[in-house]
Write a new protein. Structure first.
Length: 182
């Protein structure tokens, strides 16, 4: 019986993910944000999620205030995903917190939370893998694959991502308003 309930819960979650994928193409971030919030996602004031974003289990996703999620981003909520304030996540970024254990004979799914602190910028098409913490003010370069924690005010890039240089430390900006139809 437990197996039946787990399967039904999985089907319901996949249905919600499907509906949110459709909602992701509504050309108004106000409408999209409304549906994302009623699905269980926590979204801070002034934050915007641009069109085409994909979510896996949104109830575990928390986005702070004045943050922007770019077009076509993938946010994985199968474990906890916390995004801070004033975070800029560019287009087509993929943030995962679940994967398969490739060293196990039965290939089980494993998960680990991802934390992205305040004033972080993640460049286009970067990939953030499970268990990573990107600390305050860090920058992840375009196309980087982040497999380990990124220290405060550090700029990383490459595959796998490695430190390139330090970022200035006196950050105090607002990202501004999202375009109405983006």
């Amino acid at each position: 019986m437990d197996k039946v309930f787990r399967r039904l819960r999985t089907i319901l979650t996949e249905f919600v993910n499907f509906i949110l994928r459709i909602v992701g193409f509504v050309p108004s971030h106000h409408v999209r944000r409304f549906f994302y919030r009623i699905s269980g996602m926590s979204i801070g004031n002034g934050s915007a999620i641009h069109m085409g974003a994909v979510f896996y289990d949104p109830k575990n996703i928390k986005i702070g205030k004045d943050s922007i999620i770019g077009e076509g981003a993938v946010l994985d909520g199968r474990d906890k995903l916390v995004i801070g304030d004033h975070v800029d996540i560019a287009s087509e970024v993929m943030i995962y917190n679940a994967e398969h254990d490739v060293q196990s004979s039965d290939f089980p799914a494993i998960s680990s939370p991802v934390f992205i602190e305040d004033y972080v910028f993640i460049g286009p098409r970067a990939i953030i893998l499970p268990g990573v913490k990107i600390k305050k003010g860090a920058v992840v370069g375009a196309g980087a694959v982040v497999t380990k924690d990124v220290e405060e005010f550090t700029i990383v890039g490459g595959v796998p991502a490695k430190p390139i240089k330090d970022r200035i430390k006196n950050l105090n900006y607002r990202l501004g308003r999202a375009a109405w139809f983006r």
